[in-house]
Design a protein around this ligand. Structure first.
Ligand code: HEM
Length: 307
C-alpha cells in the first residue's frame, strides 16, 4: 500500500514517477520513525553525528528520501518555463511573497518533502488497516462488495460515484475511527489558558489522541467493534466537536483530506471489486504507534480473485 500511495502522490502532486528503489521508502520511513522514537525515549542520548550503526543507517535512509525529493525538483527545474504543469509543485515554485521573492531552494525542498511524506504515509496506513478490518469482518466485506457491484458493476470509480456509495464511505469512516493513521496530536499553549477546569501555564505541551477519543464509550456504542453501519444514520452530525477528528481540527486541519478520501475510495473500490483479502493465518497484527499508526509486523495477506 505504501508503494501504491507513494506512486499516486508523486504522479499527482509532482507529475513525476519514481525509480524502482522508491519501494524502499516504506522501510526507510519505518526505520526513521522507530529510530526517532527510541531517541526521544532513551535517557542516554548518543549524539546523532557519532558513527554508530543506528546513526549511520538513519543517515542513509534520510539520504534516500532526500535524494528522491531533490530528484523530483531538479527534473522540474531542468524542464524550464516552457512546460507549464498544473500540479502542486508548479504552484510551490510559482508562489511569491508580498515582496516579490520566491521560495529558497531549501524552502521548496522542505515544502515538497512535507507533501511527499504527508501525501502518502497516512493514506497507506489507512488502506492497510482497511484490508485488515474487512478480512476480520466478512459481513462488512460482503456488504461492501455488494454495493460496489450494484453501483459500479466492475468499472472503476470516479468522483461523481462517491455519493452513491454510502457503505464504502461508512467503511472508510469506521477504519479512520478505529485505526486513525494520525493517532495523536499536540499543541503548545502560548499564554495561560483554562481547559476543562485545569489551568495551563504558557509553553505547556498538551497532547490529545484520536485513538483515545474515537474509542470513548460516551460517544460510540461497542466502541472497539468494527461496525461501519454506525455511520449510516447521521452519527457524524450528532457527535460533539472533538469526538472524531481523524484529519485534525481548526485552522491546521489536514489540507489533503479530500485528496486522501477520494484516493482511498478509488483504491478500495478498484481492489475490493476484484479481490478478497485474507489475513495469513497466525500472522500477528499489532498496532505500533510510531509517527503514524503502523503495524509492528505489517499485515500479511493473500489475495483471492472474486469471480
Ligand atoms: C488518511 C490520510 C490522512 C490523514 C489521516 C491525515 C491526517 C492529518 C492530520 C491529523 C493533520 C493535522 C496535524 C496537526 O494539526 O497537528 C494533517 C495535516 C496535514 N496534512 Fe494530512 N492526513 C492525511 C492525508 C494527507 C494527504 C494525502 C496530504 C497531501 C496531499 C496531507 C497533507 C497534510 C499537510 C500539508 C498538513 C499540515 C497542514 C497545516 O499544518 O496547515 N495529508 N493531516
Amino acid at each position: 500500500m505504501t508503494a501504491l500511495t507513494l506512486d499516486i502522490a508523486v504522479r499527482t502532486l509532482f507529475s513525476s514517477t519514481l525509480p524502482g528503489e522508491a519501494r524502499q521508502v516504506g522501510q526507510a520511513m519505518t526505520f526513521l520513525m522507530r529510530y526517532s522514537l527510541r531517541r526521544q525515549r532513551s535517557p542516554f542520548r548518543i549524539p546523532e553525528r557519532w558513527p554508530t550503526p543506528q546513526n549511520r543507517r538513519a543517515n542513509r535512509e534520510l539520504e534516500l528520501i532526500d535524494s528522491l525529493v531533490y530528484r523530483i525538483i531538479s527534473e522540474r527545474r531542468a524542464e524550464g518555463n516552457s512546460n507549464h504543469r498544473n500540479d502542486l509543485l508548479a504552484l510551490l515554485m510559482a508562489v511569491m511573497d508580498e515582496d516579490g521573492t520566491h521560495m529558497t531552494p531549501q524552502q521548496l525542498h522542505d515544502e515538497a518533502m512535507t507533501l511527499f511524506i504527508a501525501g502518502h504515509e497516512t493514506t497507506a496506513q489507512m488502506l492497510a488497516w482497511t484490508w485488515f478490518a474487512l478480512s476480520q469482518n466478512p459481513a462488512a466485506d460482503a456488504r461492501l462488495h455488494q454495493e460496489l457491484s450494484d453501483v459500479l458493476g466492475g468499472r472503476p470509480l470516479d468522483a461523481t460515484d462517491l455519493p452513491k456509495l454510502p457503505y464504502l464511505q461508512a467503511v472508510m469512516s469506521e477504519v479512520l475511527r478505529l485505526y486513525p493513521p494520525a493517532y495523536i496530536m499536540a499543541r503548545e499553549t502560548v499564554e495561560t489558558c483554562e481547559l476543562g477546569g485545569y489551568v495551563f501555564a504558557p509553553d505547556t505541551t498538551i497532547i490529545f489522541s484520536q485513538w483515545v477519543m474515537h474509542r470513548d464509550p460516551r460517544y460510540y456504542d461497542d466502541p472497539d467493534a468494527f461496525r461501519p453501519e454506525r455511520w449510516l444514520d447521521g452519527l457524524a452530525n450528532r457527535l460533539p466537536p472533538g469526538a472524531y477528528f481523524p484529519f485534525g481540527a481548526g485552522p491546521r486541519r489536514c489540507i489533503g483530506e479530500g485528496f486522501a478520501l477520494l484516493e482511498a475510495a478509488t483504491v478500495i473500490a478498484t481492489l475490493a471489486q476484484r479481490f478478497r483479502f485474507n489475513l495469513v493465518p497466525g500472522h500477528p497484527v499489532i498496532a505500533e504507534p510510531l509517527v503514524t499508526l503502523r503495524q509492528r509486523h505489517g499485515i500479511r495477506m493473500t489475495l483471492h480473485a472474486r469471480n
